[in-house]
Design a protein around this ligand. Sequence first.
Ligand code: TRP
Ligand code: ZN
Length: 885
Amino acid sequence: MRTEQPKVIYLKDYQAPEYLIDETNLTFELYEDHTLVHAQLVMRRNPERGEGLPPLVLDGQQLELQWVALDDRVLDEGEYQLDENHLTLQPTAKNFTVDSTVRIHPETNTALEGLYKSGKMFCTQCEAEGFRKITYYLDRPDVMSSFTTTLSAEQHKYPVLLSNGNPVASGQEEGGRHWATWQDPFKKPAYLFALVAGDLWAVEDSFTTMSQREVALRIYVEPENIDKCQHAMDSLKKSMRWDEEVYGREYDLDIFMIVAVNDFNMGAMENKGLNIFNSSCVLAKAETATDAAHQRVEGVVAHEYFHNWSGNRVTCRDWFQLSLKEGFTVFRDSEFSADMNSRTVKRVEDVAFLRTNQFAEDAGPMAHPVRPDSFIEISNFYTLTVYEKGSEVVRMIHTLVGVDGFRKGTDLYFERHDGQAVTCDDFVKAMEDANGIDLTQFKRWYTQSGTPRLAVEESYDAAARSYTLSFRQSCPATPGQPSKQPFVIPLEMGLLGSAGQPLPLRLQGEDAAVGDNRVLAITELEQSFTFVDLEEKPLPSLLRGFSAPIKLSFPYSRDQLMFLMQHDSDGFNRWEAGQQLSVQVLQELIGQHQRGEALKLDQRLVEAFRTLLLDSSLDQAMVAEMLSLPSEAYLTEISDEADVEAIHAAREFARKQLADALHEPLWQRYQDNRVASRETPYVAEATHIARRSLQNIALSYLMLSGRAQVLEACQEQYQSCDNMTERLTALAVLVNSPFEEEKAKALAMFADYFKDDPLVMDQWFSVQAGCTLPGGLERVQALMEHPAFTLKNPNKIRALIGAFANQNLVNFHRADGAGYRFLADQVITLNARNPQIASRLLAPLTRWRKYAPARQALMRGELERILASGELSSDVYEVVSKSLA
Ligand code: TRP
Ligand code: ZN
């Protein structure tokens, strides 16, 4: 908890550390009611910081110091200073050793940061600043040290003792205890330190690297989960091969370990050689995890593995550079997933997520650049902007320099900076140097926040047979940034002829056409490009593959969008045309609802969907994506003032109309796919996932008909399927239906069967939290009393409270403000227990500016109540105070 005014930390104040730590030797004695940590730090004056020996200020929080010694001499109390966050002492030589012993309490650590217990096991989470809760240290990423770690614990309870690097020694002790020593030869910052002790089983495998080294692979889990590790293991081996093939990166230790823990604040953590994972991102088998969960496991395993180079071998100089490792690694894992599955589907999913969630963040009170200039609490900056927009920025560089140029750039980056802690500028410099280009203007993507807009106009000159596209970019003001400089926007595009054919692209001044798909670099506020040799006015396909994270507007008619849906050679833009058509149609319905008129659906949407359903040559996963109407959250994001009820009513009306008009083809596709699912055992592979996704979206439309025949089919799928993908959709569809009796029965059956599997129970909570029928808040409140629910577990909080506030907009935004009051109550409770989770849970309340005055007042009122509720963590304080500013 905060006792002084929270301090703002600025990038411009960065200074290299006064001292360095060359070697860190740690010993942990783990007991049930406390842990002793002995640290020996072999240190020296940083030569970069000149002569003289300023005081040594070590970071430390919530540590009970037993003693501290300088060069083997135990210091008297007058020889050091202690405050709540530091231990300060005075070195007397350039080279010296600091020894200390502290006592800590992992058994009561509910913040899940530092050393803590998850169930019966000890584990750590040190990123970003958790190591200071373990021992006194220079807890900053530009201090890199080799680590030797010894842990001792009761052998019977904790047979497995793990830390980073290679195991070098182990033995027994008196009184049923044992110990193990691990040595990590690679220098690393403290945030990559990890330790695990528990009664764990391992699935073992091995990987032969490109230079023929054998690497042992182990996934450690609690015994009951040993049958859920194969998918993660397969994903790991695929990731290791892919990083060799695509980036030339080889793994560097003899062993790579993953440990699954149930209580974890985020998805997973890339600790050197010892990744620690939220069990939700490791465990997956057909019966318990959906296709989406399988894909998430594959993506997160890859993400953490890829960090071994993009993050660990080359790390961040300071936390303002977080996107150096996170943006780059998200880009790497998304390309991996694209290569392993369907590229277009992956892109569609990522873009839909970015536009719904990151764009909202970038338009709200917490908006910040990909490389922030300041923060109060770094944990608040593990954001969609740093991760997802950061990945888009790397993707744009990839687009600008091409596949080969990008590889040259990363080769140079890894070679130049191996073993160093560097900045985003260093990354861009490597790209510039490897490709002989200047990215000075491009770097505004790192420093300017907000989502740029690009307005596009066209004109065709029949006499000159030329076609001009005129672009005008702008970017809204964001906190601390009233005005912006123009961005470099790589715009991938093509032109279509009246038969839908791609047209050759020749810009005025060019000798000949250069293909039919190209990237225009837009660099000015206003800029135009003229294409020549065009017999007729073409139809433009713009921002193909979503080549820049912007909001593009072009005055397409609905007929033109339908034409693009069918003919665009770019799969992403076919989906995008469908989304834009849906948005136009839904916005028309929203207007009708607001004016109190009868709703009337534009039949062109029905016809466009019918064409998709009848074309059996299309990728089923893309058909499923294209049949999915934009979410209420996305419709909220693109509204100036979101009308919660109108958005919900319009979207539900459209779904019902579509379901009625397309009952025949939906039923046909559903039955064909269900038959195939019944006849094929579950495989988490792209074509199978595609089949199930179309089957499931068809079922969700069909259920809106209320027909007995569909209810029967839904129940058959629910009871007879062999996998969670089919079962959970059947359950979700029932839960949102009016069939109360069947719903109650299915929910009870599910909970009874899966009561001992916490990850499956999370899905059971989520399905109910997302039910948009009236009474949502009361249902969520009742579920908080369910024996499987606990506020101690972040996954449970996300599954029930998070899902309710983020995905059940009509219920959360109840006009009387009860949803807001409920969320604020949870934030106040969690603030003391787990500040990181409390602060994340708060996000929906920060979006108050999107709503009409009555809701604004209610939402602000709850933010003010949180602010006045007592001693706030720096995490919650920062988000609340910035939201009210
Ligand atoms: N570096 C982790 C990643 O792969 C992020 C992370 C995991 C994290 N746990 C955390 C960040 C706890 C802050 C706090 O993206
Ligand atoms: Zn990461």
